[in-house]
Design a protein around this ligand. Structure first.
Ligand SMILES: Nc1nc2c(ncn2[C@@H]2O[C@H](COP(=O)(O)OP(=O)(O)O)[C@@H](O)[C@H]2O)c(=O)[nH]1
Ligand SMILES: [Mg+2]
Length: 368
């Protein structure tokens, strides 16, 4: 499964505009046979200059880039946790994603109403956060209730969950997010099942208007000041401009953005922020020189876990990984030369995959 990032924010913040700008770069679906056809979901190839470099050297028949899935989650309104607007439905969608990209309106446009009547990035961010906290509070209270009932009928094993939920409830009532608490190892299985919203990694997308291209953007500055205080990353994104740019030919896009004064596309900023907060590294495979692919795995992934990304049989039957660094591969000019020069390392099951590794997995095929 690709990593998924949910686009969350207040009504008219520009979520759908940004979603359409992000997903205009289509990914071939063949790499993701399970991918569903849903207008609110889109796979985006993570731009990767190293993949291009390897493709030039290997000249494979196919290049399949790793994708990140973006989900345009229906608008969040004040009171959503109580079922206002689409309420609970979108909160369930947020629960399912790996990270949250929170679109904050930083564009001025008198024709597009703001649900609160005025621009104020910090207030909007707080409104969204409050809804997420309220939803977690409701979940914690429900589970606490259930655990207490079980304790009353002598089910002692419910004590752990009761204590955990009570701790969460207290924190949330004091407007503290759940990522600020420390947890015991025993509590982790419950957390994995609960998937609290305020434990999700998140970053802001500042949706900038055309007016921000000329001169300073007060709203971006305000959002950055707020985000810095909380240690949250901000990805600037000229939503409307970039959504329109993607209607042009690929060759014209970059030029157009440069002429507009946009140095880095919002797409790159968002992918970078997403990779950073999920703490992912990229490794490469080039099966028989025919199919070159890159893969995203958590920084602490061991070789068998990385192999399991490709195929579950690869994980269970893992024997060893033959690893070449990207630098060696490029410097020596390919796999054959790297082998000759002794630049291929053989690594076992405890090896932690490093960013840029080119890996050939050896595994025992499963006998069926
Ligand atoms: N001027 C301007 N309008 C924008 C920008 N981003 C979005 N809009 C407009 O704001 C309205 C709401 O945007 P939409 O993406 O549907 O917001 P959503 O409710 O968060 O999905 C649309 O009419 C967009 O064209 C922007 O950067 N500049
Ligand atoms: Mg929308």
């Amino acid at each position: 499964m690709p990593y998924s990032i949910g686009i969350v924010g207040l009504t008219n913040a520009g979520k759908s505009t940004i979603f359409s700008a992000l997903t205009s770069i289509k990914v071939p679906c063949e790499a993701y046979p399970f991918c569903t056809i849903d207008p609110n979901r889109g796979l985006v190839a993570a731009p990767d200059p190293r993949l291009q470099k390897l493709a030039e050297l290997i000249k494979p028949e196919k290049v399949l880039p790793a994708a990140i899935e973006f989900v345009d989650i229906a608008g969040l309104v004040k009171g959503a946790h109580k079922g206002e607007g689409l309420g609970n439905q979108f909160l369930a969608e947020i629960r399912a994603v790996d990270a949250i990209a929170e679109v904050i309106r930083c564009f001025e446009n008198a024709e597009v109403s703001h649900p609160e009547g005025s621009l104020d990035p910090a207030r909007d961010a707080e409104t969204v956060l409050f809804e997420l906290m309220q939803k977690d509070l409701e979940t914690a209270e429900k589970r606490l209730d259930k655990a207490q009932k079980m304790l009353r009928v002598g089910e002692k094993s419910a004590q752990l969950e009761a204590d955990l939920c009570a701790k969460m409830k207290t924190a949330l009532e004091q407007l503290q997010t759940l990522d600020r608490l420390s947890y015991h190892e025993d509590e982790l299985p419950i957390l994995r099942e609960m998937k609290p919203l305020t434990m999700k990694k998140r970053f802001f997308i500042a949706n900038l208007g055309e007016e921000a291209l000329s001169g300073q953007n007060l709203w971006l500055q305000k959002l950055e000041a707020y985000a810095a205080g909380k240690g949250i990353k901000v990805a600037p994104f000229y939503g409307k401009v970039e959504a329109e740019v993607h209607e042009l030919d690929k060759s014209e896009q970059e030029l157009f953005l440069k002429e507009m004064g946009i140095e880095r596309s919002g797409l790159l900023e968002v992918i970078r922020a997403g990779r950073e907060i999920l703490d992912l590294v990229t490794f490469y495979t080039a099966v028989g020189g025919k199919e070159l692919r890159n893969w995203l795995v958590p920084r602490s992934a061991t070789a068998p876990v990385a192999a399991g990304k490709i195929h579950t049989d690869f994980e269970s039957g893992f024997i060893k990984a033959e690893v070449i660094t990207f630098e060696d591969f490029v410097r020596l000019g390919g796999e054959a030369a790297a082998r000759k020069q002794g630049a291929v390392r053989v690594e076992g099951k405890d090896y932690l995959v490093q960013d840029g590794d080119i890996i050939h997995f050896r595994f025992k095929p499963k006998i069926v």
